[in-house]
Design a binder for this molecule. Structure first.
Ligand SMILES: [Zn+2]
Length: 157
């Protein structure tokens, strides 16, 4: 799954990577490098890599009870642990991206329309290698006031 995301190293530098068609400006994630899949595209566009929006809004979520599709590890020999799957709408790109919720984030912490951000996470690791993936977690900085109000609301003076 190389090339699906990147991290510039700066704060908030973890971003999903898609591709954008230069002819019609359609954005694809997972990335599409072969040809533009927009049926209305005039054609002859170049597909260039673009970082996707770091934040989006919860479009749907579910308490996953089944093994996820590729690119997630799905070895039938490995015990399966349920997880929370989130579909996040990226307004600027006009698309919905699927991902798991960050560790500790369950369906009780989520709501439709909630602002979430993408963060890096560990997908799997062995003694030799760590595979990373993306996760979604509620935005907690309260910058726009309508995001996750968290559990600290009652603790405020
Ligand atoms: Zn196009």
């Amino acid at each position: 799954m190389s090339g699906w995301f990147g991290d510039s190293g700066a704060e908030g530098g973890f971003r999903l990577l898609g591709t954008r068609c230069s002819a019609c400006a359609a954005v694809f994630f997972p990335r599409e490098d072969a040809y533009c899949r927009n049926p209305h595209c005039a054609g002859d566009g170049e597909l260039a890599e673009v970082p996707l929006s770091p934040r989006g809004r919860v479009w749907s979520y579910t308490d996953g009870r089944y093994r996820p599709p590729a690119p997630y590890v799905s070895d039938p020999e490995v015990p399966w642990e349920p997880y929370t799957l989130v579909a996040v709408e990226l307004e600027a790109e006009g698309m919905v991206v699927l991902g798991q919720a960050a560790p500790g984030v369950g369906v009780a912490d989520l709501a439709i329309g909630m602002e979430v951000e993408v963060v890096g996470g560990v997908l799997d690791e062995t003694a030799e290698t760590t595979w990373t993936t993306w996760r979604f977690r509620p935005v907690t900085d309260g910058a726009d006031g309508d995001g996750w109000d968290g559990t600290d609301a009652e603790a405020r003076p």
